[in-house]
Design a protein around this ligand. Structure first.
Ligand code: KIV
Ligand code: ZN
Length: 505
């Protein structure tokens, strides 16, 4: 019997800690639902004590998302653990995940505590959490830079205190696969009560080794892997869920393990994460990159035509890639659009379909073929939940190599239309400046990118940007066949997100 590895998804917690990756409540809820469709075992939904918004999103997910265990993070502090419990308790299956640093650096510089004091904190926190919840995970933060004998003592003590999962994080992405394997084997050989718990691993990608290190831990006996979709997370990110899952599945011959993940949902989940965070997926990214299953060299194409397996170790459809094109045109009916959406795994209400169809017709008037990616984009925009505080009424730009780029923008807010114009070092810059003048907000543009959603000269351009207002950062996204308009709409999307946040505060 293959061993079943628990897939613990932390996209909503560690993933959301990526600088600039913050999602709003409805996006977090939509992503949590999609993670449930992906059939991960555990969703780490956030860090409830860290902010009222995090508390609200974890408790909303706990109330509304069915299937996976819903977990929250807490330091080894009673008020953290209480807040975590209050947020996760609504889920039929919930987990408290408490952590404390165990490496000499963490003890001396961050916590200023002795090894025995930290061990006591860990034990007390696990006992406190167990009084509230049967499912308690403990993480020895920076475990891979912790002295082995001390790590052993901590692991034994927290199991004794009732930890049902013990996580060995490589917090700074420092380890290498064979050291990880030796560490996990050492724990299995030297912790007498280790069989009473599940050993977990949580690897960061600072040296690009997070997936290899996680798999090495599985090989040594770890029963849970913590990972994120697209590998997003602190600094260089976490181990990527799709790579872990597909490695275990494709090389079941060497690992002898399975997961419960519904792999055909992988591409859809990856697109959702990329869209919500504004972090594009690099084309050569394993499994979910646009080129992951494309063959360029003639010799490869020839081989694949003869037998896909000559140059392919996985089938694109198994991870949710579809190469079909919606061949409907401007005169096509709503039924066909709904049918294609259902094929892609989306269920929409009649009301949402009305809006999707309206946008579909607008796009079909401008574009010859509507690809699945276009349809998904239409769907995301039509069902977007960012309230339109400001809406774009019109945009006019002039630019060229012998003229000063200028933009004239008309925006509407609560029925009132305001207009202004500005110059910039290009039409996009000019449009952003004109928007700033109307809204009275001055935003710092941290990052801006434009990508073509599908192929062809008539392709839709999607603009994604990150803006900052003081300490507050957000993402803005929009798409249009006119890239300057897409950029202005993305900027306005970011403005609206910030204004909605102000209203919630
Ligand atoms: O990287 C880390 O150590 C963490 C812990 C909180 C598990 O994210
Ligand atoms: Zn982490």
């Amino acid at each position: 019997m293959p061993r079943k590895i628990v897939i613990f998804d932390t996209t909503l917690r560690d993933g959301e800690q990526s600088p600039g990756a913050s999602m709003n409540l409805s996006e977090k809820l939509a992503l949590a639902r999609q993670l449930a469709a992906l059939n991960v075992d555990v969703i780490e939904a956030g860090f409830p004590f860290s902010s009222p918004l995090d508390f609200e999103s974890v408790s909303t997910i706990a109330k509304e998302v069915e299937g996976p265990v819903i977990c929250g993070l807490a330091r080894t502090i009673e008020k953290d653990i209480d807040a975590c419990y209050e947020a996760v308790k609504h889920a039929p299956r919930h987990r408290i995940h408490t952590f404390v640093g165990t490496s000499p650096l963490h003890l001396e510089k961050k916590l200023r505590k002795s090894p025995s004091e930290v061990l006591d904190m860990a034990v007390a926190a696990v006992k406190f959490a167990r009084e509230r919840c049967d499912d308690v995970e403990f993480s020895a933060e920076d475990a891979m830079r912790t002295e082995l004998a001390y790590l052993r003592d901590v692991v034994e003590a927290v199991i004794e205190a009732g930890a049902t999962t013990v996580n060995i994080p490589d917090t700074v992405g420092y380890t290498v696969p064979w050291v990880m394997e030796e560490t996990i084997r050492y724990l299995f050989d030297n912790v007498p009560n280790i069989k009473q718990t599940v050993i977990s691993v949580h690897c960061h990608d600072d040296l690009g080794l997070s997936v290899a290190n996680s798999l090495a831990a599985v090989r040594a006996g770890a029963g849970q892997v913590e990972c994120t979709v697209n590998g997003i997370g602190e600094r260089a990110g976490n181990a990527s869920l799709e790579e872990i899952v597909m490695a275990l599945r494709t090389r079941a011959d060497v690992f002898g393990c399975t997961t419960g993940v519904q792999t055909t949902q992988i591409v859809k989940t990856s697109r959702m994460v990329s869209s919500f965070t504004g972090f594009p997926v690099q084309p050569n990214k394993a499994i979910v990159g646009a080129n992951a299953f494309r063959h360029e060299a003639g010799i490869h194409q020839h081989g694949v035509l003869m037998d896909r397996q000559t140059y392919e170790i996985m089938e694109p459809k198994d991870v949710g890639w579809s190469d079909s094109v919606l061949t409907l045109g401007p005169r096509s009916g709503k039924h066909g659009v709904r049918h294609r959406l259902e094929d892609l795994g989306y269920k929409v209400s009649d009301e949402q379909l009305e809006e999707i169809y309206k946008r579909f017709i607008e796009m079909a008037d401008r574009k010859k073929q509507i690809y699945d990616e276009d349809l998904e984009l239409i769907m995301r925009e039509a069902t977007a939940t960012v309230p339109q505080v400001w809406t774009l009424v019109s945009l006019q730009t002039t630019s060229g190599d012998s003229t000063m780029p200028t933009a004239t923008v008309k925006l509407q807010k609560e029925g009132e239309v305001l207009q202004d114009a500005a110059c910039g070092n290009g039409p996009v810059d000019a449009a952003f400046r004109a928007i700033d003048r109307i809204t009275g907000m001055t935003l710092v543009l941290e990052d801006y990118s434009l990508r073509s959603v599908t192929q062809g000269k008539d392709a839709v351009g999607e603009a994604t940007l990150h803006v900052r207002r003081g300490e507050d950062e957000t993402v803005g996204r929009a798409a249009d066949t006119d890239v300057v308009k897409a950029s202005a709409l993305a900027y306005l999307n970011a403005v609206n997100r910030l204004l909605v946040r102000d209203m919630q505060d």
